[in-house]
Design a binder for this molecule. Sequence first.
Ligand SMILES: NC(=O)C1=CN([C@@H]2O[C@H](COP(=O)(O)OP(=O)(O)OC[C@H]3O[C@@H](n4cnc5c(N)ncnc54)[C@H](OP(=O)(O)O)[C@@H]3O)[C@@H](O)[C@H]2O)C=CC1
Ligand SMILES: CC(C)(CO)C(=O)C(=O)O
Length: 294
Amino acid sequence: MKIGIIGGGSIGLLFAAYLSRDYNVTIYTRTERQADVICKQGLQLILGETVSSTMVEALPIREMKTGADLLIVCVKSYHLKDVLSYLRDNRAALLFVQNGMSHLSQVEKLPHHNIGIGIVEHGALKLNDHTIKHTGLGVTRAAAFRGHADLYKLKADKNLFPLVMEQDYYEMMLKKLIVNACINPLTAVLGAANGELLKNTHYYKLFQTLTEEVTGIFNVSKADMQEYIEGICRKTALNKSSMLRDIEEKRVTEIDAILGFVMEQASIRKKEPALSKLLYTMVKGKELQGEEMD
Ligand SMILES: NC(=O)C1=CN([C@@H]2O[C@H](COP(=O)(O)OP(=O)(O)OC[C@H]3O[C@@H](n4cnc5c(N)ncnc54)[C@H](OP(=O)(O)O)[C@@H]3O)[C@@H](O)[C@H]2O)C=CC1
Ligand SMILES: CC(C)(CO)C(=O)C(=O)O
């Protein structure tokens, strides 16, 4: 089976490092430079004290080949529009692994017969063009959005890179969306690690109010979700959320895909997302502040 991975970032390199053990993998990068580095130096995966190297094919996306069975799209949600033009004439099955839910409206317009949605619960950090650090062991969940689910049942390391099939893509994405909506913007604005949302009594009140608002918009049980999200905050207590890292590194965040989607749904469902609106504006302001400091 031939797998193409689009985007040589944290998640793309992580997927490539594990899947290339069992499959013929090609990484499609934005730049020619990164593709050259990967082809010449191979991929390096760091997990704890262990460093493993694999030779993997890489090409700039504009030289994308046809003939792959599966393309796993690992760019950020706001870069999807740039890669969709490369996908339109490619008949491969597609698997999208973006955080948030705003990409669903773009995905559903694609003509492909087989489209899957993935949720990544690993932590991964790209150290350079060909080195990836697996910072948090988790699972990848996948479900069919359209067509056959079997295509995403990939063989991969059961302990280090397990894949779990889910029945309902919407339910699976919604749960992750609510987690990201309740943790990421607050930690980004407060400059706090995930565990601080539980430890600091004032932050905890804000966190509870936000969880109440977001679960209310989607008519999901607040008590169950609160417990689930608190569990994630405890497990990742010392970690910075991806949004906080984006703000610190003056990158664009995925706020539109996360709280933007929440606010859109609130408007459709005639609910008032007061705190979400406030946090959305604050994160947008932080993004602008980052741009102006450059
Ligand atoms: N990192 C993590 O631990 C987790 C990430 N996720 C989700 O996975 C998705 C990917 O995140 P992550 O890997 O961290 O993001 P990164 O920013 O690390 O990687 C995205 C990659 O996409 C590449 N890219 C952008 N535009 C194009 C293009 N037109 N053609 C080809 N490649 C392109 C970028 O290239 P370049 O660098 O050259 O700009 C970059 O290498 C996000 O939605 C994120 O929320 C989910 C769970 C955990
Ligand atoms: C689960 C969580 C909040 C872990 O930090 C995450 O997915 C993120 O940071 O984007």
